[in-house]
Design a protein around this ligand. Structure first.
Ligand SMILES: NC(=O)c1ccc[n+]([C@@H]2O[C@H](COP(=O)([O-])OP(=O)(O)OC[C@H]3O[C@@H](n4cnc5c(N)ncnc54)[C@H](O)[C@@H]3O)[C@@H](O)[C@H]2O)c1
Length: 314
């Protein structure tokens, strides 16, 4: 059981909205704030758009919008919250300033977590007055459907609060990944970033379009990845002796200059290839229309995955 029932979400863009929907679906009281007050309207329409998928995934009957309140000041938003999930823009200076404010107004025993995708917690909490109860809680988009959350401690974070955060995230049907010590990019984004950087090089050099690279993932590795990560997948690629044979066969390839990893310059030419390439892939469908298709797919996929994942991990 978790003591955390009242959650404050600071920053209600893509990720903040996702946390709000997930928390409301799990009967938490949610207080929200964004410096852009117009976002309140977007939020309600996004809750309505996503509810059919959220409801199906978590077997819920209804969502109680009375549990949700959008405030116009950060002080009021934090006043009664047991847990603060910060979701403002990814920027060291902005987050450091915001965390100092959050530390000032949060309740004495409130846990403070940031959705950052890779910034170091010790840096963003350097001006926060209670660093022992601060951490990163890095989710994945769409937060209302995907269960992963990386919990990353800062140098001063106390174990007790990490354990409480883990319980809280479990109470909203997430599968927390406990990262031992802070590192830039954490775990999953380090992996995603490697793929992204390599893809940018390939597009920059004109070897493939965004669509061709997406198909190269969607029809092959992507299908396997939702059940098994890279390591277990490669264990199977080694035949009867698994990883041992895989390393004997493909180990030497590690010396070939296949990957570049250092990111290419985001030039105008590269940006326009990315923007026009993905617009072409969208085939005139809006982001909301594609999100609906993705959300329905993620619900069905997770239901199917449940049947198989216990066989592998159990
Ligand atoms: N988009 C993703 O796929 C993704 C995934 C995981 C984590 N994240 C992380 O989540 C955080 C938010 O990302 P996003 O994609 O939702 O960005 P976004 O641009 O959609 O939303 C950011 C919001 O923060 C608000 N904001 C900025 N300064 C603020 C302040 N001082 N006080 C209150 N609100 C403020 C902005 O008005 C905006 O609505 C970032 O740290 C990002 O790295 C993003």
């Amino acid at each position: 059981m978790t003591r955390i029932h009242k959650v404050a979400v600071v920053g209600t863009g893509v990720i903040g909205t996702g946390w709000i929907i997930r928390c409301l679906a799990h009967n938490k009281i949610v207080y929200a704030y964004d410096k852009d007050l117009k976002l309140k309207k977007n939020l309600i329409s996004e809750i309505k758009r996503t509810w059919p998928y959220v409801k199906k995934l978590f077997n819920k009957k209804s969502i109680n919008l009375k549990n949700f309140k959008f405030f116009t000041t950060i002080e009021e938003t934090l006043r009664n919250a047991d847990f603060v999930q910060e979701c403002a823009s990814e920027n060291y200076a902005l987050k450091t300033k915001l965390m100092s404010l959050i530390g000032k107004y949060a309740k004495p025993n409130a846990i403070i977590s940031s959705s950052s995708s890779g910034l170091l917690p010790s840096r963003i909490y350097s001006k926060c007055k209670n660093p022992e109860r601060t951490m990163i809680g890095h989710p994945f988009n769409p937060v209302y459907l995907l269960p992963a959350v990386e919990i990353v401690p800062g140098k001063k974070t106390k174990n007790k609060f990490l354990k409480e955060a883990k319980k809280f995230y479990k109470s909203i049907s997430m599968n927390p990944i406990m990262v031992k010590n802070e590192l830039p990019g954490y775990l999953s984004d380090r992996l995603q970033e490697a793929l992204w950087r390599e893809g940018l090089h390939i597009i920059n050099e004109g070897y493939a379009t965004t669509e061709e690279l997406d198909r190269a993932i969607e029809d092959g590795p992507g299908l396997r990845w939702s059940l098994m990560g890279t390591f277990l997948t490669f264990h199977l690629a080694g035949g009867k002796t698994g990883m041992k044979h895989m390393l004997e066969q493909f180990g030497p390839a590690l010396k070939l200059p296949w990957t570049k990893l250092k990111a290419p310059k985001l030039s105008k030419k590269l940006s326009s290839r990315l923007i026009s390439g993905t617009a072409k892939q969208a085939k005139g469908k809006s982001v909301a229309m594609i999100s609906n298709i993705r959300d329905q797919y993620l619900v069905d996929l997770q239901k199917l995955r449940k049947k198989y994942e216990n066989k592998i991990r159990g």
